[in-house]
Design a protein around this ligand. Structure first.
Ligand code: ZN
Length: 381
């Protein structure tokens, strides 16, 4: 175990005062290497608290740049970071919190191609991305590398935390959820929204679980899933069991190396360009509108999205209501469908064509493309 310098002894005085933690716990933290996947809403408190607490090496994986919509919850970043690579801004902030930290940054998407190589160097893996492909990927990689995987997820007002570690006798994520939900059933935070404080709560608990795993104090959430409902402020703990038929950690595993996680989760990299969905660009839509074309413009977003921005003349029917409200659509007329960025509207066009609306078209890139390329005065979200 590494020794602590005079500065470190002063810096961590409040840790050293805890009898169960003490110098031994602090030296374990200093020796530890933790990988945090994602430097967003969950990654912010995870990285900042682990840096402050004295983790020796922190790896961060994130390909994104800082956008204005991040600042509502991603407390690693501020106004001065807008447009910067997240990991450049994160490194500066974390070293300002604790110059003893060794920060390793990977400005790339955590993928089947790099996951094993990146994760192999770390003792604990924390999934701070909250999307299904990365959740399954980080789970599988952690199982194969025999490292604990600290899981967190958030949506609107609810969150979950758990620790998956078959090598410690606990289940993995696939024991609980062998298959992802159908695409579109569980909205992403971008679609469904998230209260800004919630990733702070869940990410902080993930950081705490990592510290417990590293220092050996307390009982980590092994074999238990913590559910938090912030509106009623109720915490529930569900017990989880290992599934002997689990495809990754079971007795006869069928998945033994990284797979196509986007495909497994039904997610295409370019949903707006789904090959069998007839589509047109926002420029083509503009030309039709300018020419006085007689079409029906359908917006399949949610009402709260339409309250932010709308294309004049569009009729709102949220994707989930479409089948029940199909009688409101004109038969025999061209129907042009848009959503925020083209994914939901592509599914709507597929459904409409199945229902006999043979002149239904998807607007590629959705209202965000319209705002960027046709009407720059329109609000984006
Ligand atoms: Zn499993």
């Amino acid at each position: 175990m590494p020794d602590l310098s005079a500065d470190e002894l002063r810096r961590y005085a409040r840790h050293l005062a805890i009898p169960e933690f003490g110098i031994a716990g602090q030296r374990r933290l200093k020796a530890a290497r933790v990988l945090c996947i994602g430097a967003g809403g969950l990654g912010s408190p995870i990285a900042m608290y682990l840096a402050a607490a004295g983790v020796g090496c922190l790896g961060l994986v994130d390909p994104d740049v800082v956008e204005i919509t991040n600042l509502q919850r991603q407390i690693l970043f501020g106004e001065k970071d807008l447009g910067k690579k997240k990991l450049d801004a994160a490194r500066d902030r974390l070293l300002d919190i604790n110059p003893h930290l060794n920060v390793q940054v990977y400005a790339e998407r955590f993928s089947a191609h790099n996951a094993m190589r990146i994760a192999a160097d770390y003792d604990v893996i924390i999934d701070g991305t909250d999307n299904f492909p990365t959740r399954y990927l980080s789970n599988d990689v952690a199982v194969w590398l025999k490292k604990p995987n600290v899981y967190g997820s958030i949506l609107r007002f609810d969150g979950q935390v758990g620790v998956f570690a078959p090598h410690l006798g606990a289940p993995c994520y696939r024991c609980m959820c062998p298959q992802p939900p159908p695409p579109g059933l569980v909205p992403s935070c971008a679609e469904g929204g998230v209260l800004g404080v919630l990733p702070g709560l869940i990410g902080t608990m993930q950081a705490l679980e990592a510290i417990k795993l590293i220092t050996g104090i307390g009982q980590p959430l092994l074999g238990r899933l913590l559910h938090l409902d912030t509106l009623s402020m109720r915490f529930r703990t569900l017990n989880l069991r290992r599934d002997p038929d689990c495809p990754v950690c079971g007795d006869s595993p069928t998945i033994t190396q990284p797979i196509d996680y986007e495909g497994f989760c039904g997610i295409s990299h370019t949903p707006a360009a789904a090959p069998d969905v007839p589509a047109m660009t926002v420029h083509e839509l503009k030309q039709l509108r300018d020419a006085g074309d007689d079409h029906f413009l359908l917006d399949v977003r949610e009402p709260h999205e339409q309250a932010i921005c709308r294309i004049a003349g569009a009729t709102l029917i949220p994707l989930g209501d479409l089948e029940n409200r199909v009688a409101e659509l004109p038969k025999g007329k061209r129907i042009l469908v848009h959503c925020k960025s083209g994914g939901r509207s592509a599914r709507a066009v597929t459904k409409l064509r199945e229902l006999g609306f043979n002149d239904a078209w998807n607007i590629s890139g959705g209202i965000i493309a319209w705002a960027r390329e046709i009407d720059p005065t329109m609000a984006e979200y």
